[in-house]
Design a binder for this molecule. Structure first.
Ligand code: PHE
Length: 474
């Protein structure tokens, strides 16, 4: 197709869209709980170092590959490696990974929409009852929410990059930010809020172990939407006027700021509900927190702010998480859609229908693995125990392949595409790049210690997830 490639309309629009991708469920609950459990301020320092020293270079590399080739991961690897079979595997993984992650991320977003609906219609007591979550996710009710989520994503992606993704992000991202600030201000007025803040921020360096470091890097990598082909694809919609390095810094800053502020919302809420809570005992699963603990906290608010007030706060919270999830979902589903458009010459409409049917079917099957169908719910046993289809997809694509994709990308940029060409791409739209500290740092790190660290994480994850064995005494 010789149609002109779609583009983001403005730099701000692009930054908001990429930040929309990055800010997701991981920021709002995963990050605060991980931080609180693993050394508070000390974790924040380690996390920030990883974002700056390791993740930012990978983000810049992804964006540069996309803009240079004007293609998503499959096309970008093929074009720059002149169709080498080995590297086309990396491109293929860069497309398959987001597709599979999209499946489980959509399933979680479907539950969020269900909870949003129930909170808004005054079902707080039901949501806070033990067992509700388990029975909701294995009930047929989820299919109504699933239909709604798929329809929303379809409608946004159908109108394309500028009128769909960019416009959505320009509305939802500021809305999300204001809602978050509003909730923080409210939470800080609760009893014992200060204890939560204290726990969140006071550094405890004795908690920083090898496994915490591993966890912080994985969290940062996922949170910045790296290794999923998303930023390669978004990069392919950039104009040559855009300063990639500057934009990447803004995206990383926005994502980290939202994660940090989310901690000021979640931790005081947990402490006001139970002042004696031991955060190290909290489940680190975002799912457990959103769907089990937080509804109990919302219900408890009834005694102070009444039923309507508590329902309003709960609704606001689920709306916030839902907005964050939707802007992430459109970015991840755009990757396979762009693949079909670029490489299979399909129209946007057709590509969306194909992804909708294939992804939708998989999503239904994955949803059935939450208890509705026994065979899918208990498929195999490895590592930590019996796994459902949902668990298997998370273990393989999210935990294992994500760092592998990052590793391949770093090696590719440094040794196949070559540093020289990479630097030239980054100089476009950024006159000061040549000779800058950033250029030196990227040249040094992307071919050396960043891939080594990602390789160690990859190996450790394989050993841990699939063989319940910890490599470096993690
Ligand atoms: N960065 C997202 C988060 O923190 C991760 C993500 C991005 C997941 C895009 C899916 C799609 O939740």
């Amino acid at each position: 197709m010789n149609k002109e490639r779609e583009q983001f309309g403005s730099r701000l629009g692009f930054i908001l869209a990429a930040a929309g991708s990055a800010v997701g469920i991981g920021n709002l609950v995963g990050f605060p709980v991980n931080a609180a459990k693993n050394g508070g301020g000390a974790f924040l320092v380690v996390y920030a170092l990883f974002v700056i020293a390791l993740c930012l270079p990978v983000m810049i590399a992804e964006l540069a590959m996309g803009r240079n080739t004007q293609k998503g991961p499959v096309g970008a690897f093929n074009q720059l490696a002149k169709r080498s079979a080995t590297w086309s595997i990396a491109g293929f993984l860069g497309m398959l990974t987001p597709f599979m992650i999209a499946v489980f991320y959509t399933v979680i977003s479907v539950w969020i929409l269900g909870y949003l609906f129930m909170a808004a219609t005054g079902d707080l007591a039901f949501l806070a009852t033990d067992g509700t979550f388990g029975s909701y996710i294995s009930s047929k009710h989820i299919f109504a929410a699933m239909f709604a989520v798929v329809a929303i994503i379809y409608l946004i992606l159908k109108v394309g990059v500028q009128d769909g993704i960019e416009k959505l992000s320009k509305i939802l991202m500021p809305a999300l930010f204001f809602m978050l600030i509003g909730l923080v201000v409210f939470v800080l007025t609760l009893d014992n809020a200060a204890a939560g803040i204290e726990f969140y921020l006071i550094p405890d360096f004795s908690k920083i172990t090898a496994s915490v470091i591993n966890g912080a890097l994985s969290q940062a990598f996922f949170s910045l939407s790296l290794g999923m082909g998303i930023l390669v694809t978004y990069g392919s919609y950039l104009t040559r006027r855009t300063n990639i390095v500057g934009s990447a810094k803004m995206i990383a800053l926005a994502d980290t700021t939202v994660a940090f502020i989310a901690g000021l919302m979640v931790m005081p809420a947990i402490f006001s509900f139970n002042p004696d809570v031991d955060p190290s005992e909290l489940s680190s699963s975002s799912v457990g927190l959103i769907f089990v603990l937080l509804p109990k906290i919302f219900l408890a608010l009834q005694t102070t702010i009444g039923f309507v007030g508590a329902s309003a706060i709960a609704t606001l919270f689920f709306l916030l998480v839902f907005f964050a999830a939707i802007t992430s979902l459109v970015s991840i589903i755009e990757v396979p859609v762009a693949y079909l458009m670029d490489e299979k010459q399909q129209s946007r409409q057709k590509a969306l229908s194909v992804i909708g049917v294939v992804g939708g079917t998989l999503m239904v099957v994955v949803s059935l693995s939450m208890g509705m169908v026994g065979f899918l719910s208990e498929m195999v046993s490895y590592g930590s125990g019996v796994k459902s289809l949902f668990d298997i997809i998370v273990d393989i694509f999210y935990d294992t392949i994500l760092p592998l994709n990052g590793l391949l990308l770093c090696l590719f940029v440094s040794y196949r595409w070559k540093k020289q060409s990479f630097s030239e791409e980054l100089s476009i739209g950024n006159e000061g790049f040549e000779g800058s500290f950033m250029q030196k740092y990227l040249n040094l790190s992307l071919g050396t210690f960043i891939p080594v660290i990602l390789l160690l994480i990859f190996l450790n994850t394989v050993a841990d997830k699939f063989f319940a064995y910890s490599l470096f005494g993690f």
